[in-house]
Design a protein around this ligand. Structure first.
Ligand code: DX5
Ligand code: ZN
Length: 213
């Protein structure tokens, strides 16, 4: 299991140091949540912030775009230092064009699904994608409860991608109690915000998420 701590739960006043700290805790990737106040009812940060923290860690930056028009902004995030750019199937941009644009910028491309969106909306692009993100909460906020009813969708996606190098990522409510379920359903990348940042010992929590069955 690849563990990608969500910086949404980090101390924003010490953002750079938090990236370096996660690396020292053996995080695999860093998950950066970008929200525009339109696609989701919350606003977080943009490409200049990604650029500002890039120098604090050499871990892959896993940028989760919860924005209405990703095609307009993927270039900014690629230039700011993103390695993986994931956007939503429910957005207003052309999906194929956005995937192609992300690849042309030298990044890996991911497609995310809100809880109500069926697996088929990602699977129809599977040959072009590097990652599919199954949201296990409604996007917008950290600290919500894991939705068990997303497990069949996760299983369907894992089955369809069997034998491929697809990253199958889950995001929302992942902790020591839920990671085993998503692992069993085929997830190979987990995002964890509050579980890692609010842990007494974040390094231990990351280790646990990596190994928990
Ligand atoms: C929610 C974000 C998540 C969030 C997860 O919209 O996409 O990445 O930070 O937070 P936890 O792990 O606390 O549910
Ligand atoms: Zn996220």
């Amino acid at each position: 299991m690849i563990v990608s701590p969500s910086l949404l739960s980090a101390d924003f006043a010490r953002f750079g140091e938090e990236c370096a700290f996660m690396q020292s805790c053996s995080a695999d990737w860093l998950h950066i949540d970008v929200m525009d106040g339109h696609f989701v009812p919350n606003i977080t940060l943009g490409a200049p912030v990604v650029k500002a923290i890039r120098g604090y860690s050499d871990l892959p930056f896993d940028v989760h775009l919860m924005i209405s028009e990703p095609l307009k902004y993927v270039k900014d995030f690629a230039q700011a230092g993103a390695d993986i750019i994931c956007f939503h199937a429910e957005c207003d941009s052309d999906i194929k064009q956005t995937i192609d644009k992300i690849h042309s910028l030298g990044c890996k491309a991911g497609l995310a699904l809100k809880p109500a969106t069926p697996a088929s909306e990602a699977l129809k692009y599977k040959d072009d994608l590097d990652m599919i993100l199954v949201m296990t909460v409604e996007p917008g906020f950290g600290g919500q409860s894991f939705m068990d009813d997303m497990l069949p969708k996760l299983e369907e996606i894992s089955r369809a991608c069997e034998g491929s190098s697809m990253y199958i990522q889950v995001d929302g409510g992942i902790d020591e109690n839920t990671v085993g379920k998503v692992r069993a359903a085929g997830a190979n990348v987990c995002v964890a915000g509050s579980a890692v940042f609010k842990a007494e010992d974040p390094a231990k929590m990351i280790e646990l998420l990596k190994s928990e069955n």
